[in-house]
Design a protein around this ligand. Structure first.
Ligand SMILES: [Fe+2]
Ligand SMILES: [Fe+2]
Ligand SMILES: [Fe+2]
Length: 168
């Protein structure tokens, strides 16, 4: 971490790096969930769902990229071993055991809601204390909120209320 950058930080940097690494692990799992979902999807609205999943996979990858850069700027090291992704992640990977678009959308909706909580938490932790990390977290939060909305829109377009989709 640059000397001035260290001096201006009003957070517990060690704790912040730990939280950013949890989010970093979650982004790789989110990337893979969308990546694989796009490959396997069958059923209603498949072309639209695949297109959206591919876009979201790219965005989750960009989130991982931004987090890795910020962890390094803070003097930390991004998770070295992918074996640790599942252990560190609070937002869990949901294997696409059911390849139906409806089931995949529902799984990703759960993940997006977890991600929104994650970045709201990092914003709370850094607001007024670490503007650069706050900016990164706020940018990602905005995109996770868009992702949630788009998954909800798919459920509406499929004429599925969320209650009904819970039974899948
Ligand atoms: Fe999208
Ligand atoms: Fe993300
Ligand atoms: Fe997302």
């Amino acid at each position: 971490m640059g000397e001035m950058a260290r001096r201006i930080s009003k957070t517990d940097v060690g704790e912040l790096i730990k939280v950013l690494n949890e989010a970093y692990a979650e982004e790789w799992l989110a990337y893979y969930q969308y990546f694989l979902g796009a490959k396997l999807a069958v059923g209603p609205m498949r072309p639209n769902v695949v297109e959206e999943f591919e876009e979201h996979a790219r965005q989750e990858y960009e989130h991982a990229d931004m987090l890795a850069d910020r962890i390094i700027e803070l003097g930390g090291t991004p998770v070295l071993n992918p074996d640790d992704f599942s252990k560190l992640a609070k937002c869990k990977y949901e294997p696409p055991l059911n390849e139906d678009t409806l089931s995949l959308v529902k799984q990703n909706l759960d993940s997006e809601r977890c991600a929104i909580g994650r970045y709201q938490g990092i914003c709370d932790l850094t607001f007024g204390k670490d503007y650069q990390t706050f900016k990164v977290a706020a940018h990602i939060l905005k995109e996770e909120i868009e992702h949630e909305q788009e998954m909800e829109d798919f459920l509406k377009d499929m004429n599925v209320s969320e209650k009904k989709s819970d039974r899948i």
